[in-house]
Ligand binder design. Structure first.
Ligand code: RUQ
Ligand code: CUA
Length: 619
């Protein structure tokens, strides 16, 4: 469906002006006075608040996305110390991730992903500490990490028909589904060709759902809803009264191609899409979907009532439900307007068929009927989080600040400068029905001058801010592994990770628990090695094979002692396994180079760690 363009030259000039402002402000260092002002609470008081004395532990786990590093980083709050790296979409030699058969297969031959939005599993819209999910913007995948052992257990995708899995992964109230939306529109199924001139009519976006098994967390393909070729951005899942709904905002409702910086800002308003995912799932169950690219796809033209469009301020960057699920908030990046919408009003407008337009079968709800108030909180408003008192915190990219405001009155209560150009912000539980409040973390896009100079690739930075008082108080600047996007945090006492894999739960058929069971068996040119690792030797400590053999090493760390890891590095064969206590791992490879190759333990495990070695002899 083609629409006539409303672009006028002066709008382009206006858009270019805003872009210029963005560029100028993006590089503004904080004046000394400002820097001092944020420390008015006193450096000593701030230090005391963040100091975790030796022997003490942090209060929260912080999980922040590593962007195109493909990883999730774990830190403690309030110390902000980086304590662990969870490899998700990229190999990580430190834990052997991506080197053993199982994780190599899970990565599917891809060497990176682009993690933006980790989401903690929830029950009744409250974090339950079972799983952490994360999206891959680059290859349209979603991963599940178990918080029992902080390891990636499953990667689903590339999800069919989905290009740019950015508006993802968002868990529904009881983690029945993970919802996603396409950032890019393409002709679907992926692999279909259409000329770019047909963008408005032949390209499509999708919003969709991955199902999550309530017991095991296993993800499976759910359904998709066809949308016009808008660029979907961040979303939010409802809770309480709105728990069957989810929303995403879009940019480029103009359906422009090329030079989006100008052309995609022509319209006065963009849209949010409100999706009744429960009604959509029911429509699929009722047989109303068509299979496209191997997924059930619903066309809103044929299935009314599953999705609606809502006008939002120009060039928005996401939507955020309030903890009670009665309101949702969007902000326009190019207009200093944050809009508070009423979920009840949205339902009433749907009931009354209060529509102001239509786009490819999607009815557009009348803006004035759905919104509750417009608030001006600062320049470049992006994302909003909530505390335990019902107050909202919005990141202001252009102002380089966080504003605290009351969503019920629209009153701005406080603003704190950040360094610099904040993207996301995160309050523990701030996207759930139960925010813990206490802190907000500013995930900043630029940090210049806040850390020691390490050359052109400057350190990334996050800032910890105390929100327990009326005024926000900057506490701490923390280095953040690149590329920080969104984060999640959960009280430390809600997680109880295991320390060893118990022998009883290891059902691997190749596992051995006594060094006497170790050995090499051959059948044809296949060689299987049952290997045990225990302080401070490998059993066997020599493996004799012939050039061209297919070799499979099945290694069990037979220790049941905390922190007693062993690694298996094989020189010149690019093999690097790390085996936790009680764990069995497998690596299969072709012995393609003849010679004698040492293998050794990579994790310092005992006084005789250095002696923990062996030889792979390839004849
Ligand atoms: S986006 S700076 Cu990738 Cu989450 Cu908003
Ligand atoms: Cu085992 Cu070092």
């Amino acid at each position: 469906m083609k629409r006539t363009s409303t672009t006028s030259p002066w709008l382009w000039v206006a858009a270019a002006g805003v872009v210029a402002v963005l560029v100028i402000f993006a590089c503004r260092p904080a004046p000394e006075g400002e820097r001092r002002a944020v420390m008015t609470g006193g450096a000593v008081a701030a230090a005391e608040t963040t100091y975790v004395p030796p022997g003490d532990l942090d209060k929260y786990y912080l999980f922040y996305s590593g962007g195109h590093s493909g990883q999730i980083y774990v830190a403690g709050i309030p110390s902000m110390r980086h304590i662990s790296t969870i490899p998700v979409f990229s190999p990580y030699p430190a834990t052997g991730y991506g080197f053993d058969d199982e994780t190599r297969e899970m990565l599917g031959g891809l060497a990176w992903g682009d993690v933006h939005h980790p989401t903690l599993s929830r029950t009744g819209a409250v974090y339950d500490g079972r799983w952490l999910f994360a999206n891959d913007n680059a290859h349209s995948r979603i991963a599940r990490i178990s918080l029992r052992d902080f390891k990636t257990k499953q990667i689903i995708g590339p999800i069919p028909n989905l290009s740019g899995n950015h508006g993802s992964a968002f868990a529904t109230s009881d983690t029945e589904m993970l919802l996603y939306a396409s950032r890019f529109s393409v002709p679907i199924p992926i692999g279909t060709y259409a000329p770019i001139d047909d963008y408005a009519t032949e390209f499509n976006g999708v919003v969709g759902a991955v199902n999550v098994d309530p017991e095991t967390g296993e993800m499976s393909l759910g359904f998709q809803i066809l949308t016009p070729p808008f660029n979907w951005d961040l979303g939010s899942t409802g809770r309480g009264p709105s728990k069957d709904w989810a929303l995403w905002t879009c940019y480029n409702s103009e359906r422009a191609t090329g030079e989006l910086e100008k052309t995609a800002s022509a319209n006065d308003r963009d849209y949010a899409i409100a999706v009744n995912w429960r009604a959509a799932a029911q429509a699929v169950a009722d047989g109303k979907a068509t299979q496209v690219g191997g997924v059930d796809v619903l066309d809103p033209k044929d299935v009314p009532g599953i999705a609606y469009l809502i006008p939002v301020a120009k060039s928005p960057h996401g939507v955020d439900f309030t903890p009670d699920g009665t309101r949702f908030v969007t902000s326009g990046k190019l207009e200093a307007i944050t809009t508070v919408y009423s979920f009840d009003k949205m339902l009433a407008a749907i009931q009354a068929e209060d529509f102001s337009g239509e786009e490819d079968g999607l009815k557009v709800l009348d803006y004035d009927s759905v919104m509750e108030r417009e608030v001006q909180i600062g320049l470049g408003p992006l994302h909003t989080q909530y505390d335990d008192q019902g107050m909202a915190y919005t990141s202001l990219f252009i102002d380089s600040a966080i504003a605290k405001w009351n969503p019920e009155t629209g009153e701005v209560l406080d603003t704190v400068p950040v360094a610099y150009n904040i993207g996301h912000l995160m309050v523990p539980g701030g996207d759930s029905a139960k925010p813990w409040g206490q802190y907000v973390i500013a995930l900043n896009k630029l940090s210049h001058g806040r850390h020691l100079n390490v050359g052109p690739s400057q350190p990334e930075s996050s800032q910890l801010i105390d929100i327990t008082g009326e005024k926000m108080r900057l506490l701490y600047d923390a280095f953040t592994e690149p590329e920080p996007h969104y984060a999640q945090a959960i009280p430390a006492d809600m997680l109880h990770p295991i320390e060893v894999y118990s022998k009883e739960e290891n059902h691997d058929p190749w596992a051995i628990w006594d060094v006497t069971e170790a050995g090499v068996t051959r059948s044809g040119n296949r060689v299987d090695v049952k290997m045990a690792a225990v302080r401070s030797s490998f059993w066997p400590n020599r493996i004799e094979v012939k050039k061209g053999d297919e070799v499979a090493i099945h290694i069990t760390n037979i220790e049941q002692t905390t922190d007693e890891l062993h690694g298996l590095g094989i020189s010149d064969y690019n093999i690097n396994l790390v085996v936790d206590p009680g764990e069995t791992k497998h690596v299969t490879f072709t012995a393609k180079n003849s010679g004698v190759f040492a293998y050794y333990c990579t994790n310092f495990c005992s006084a005789l760690h250095q002696e923990m070695q062996g030889y792979l002899l390839v004849e």
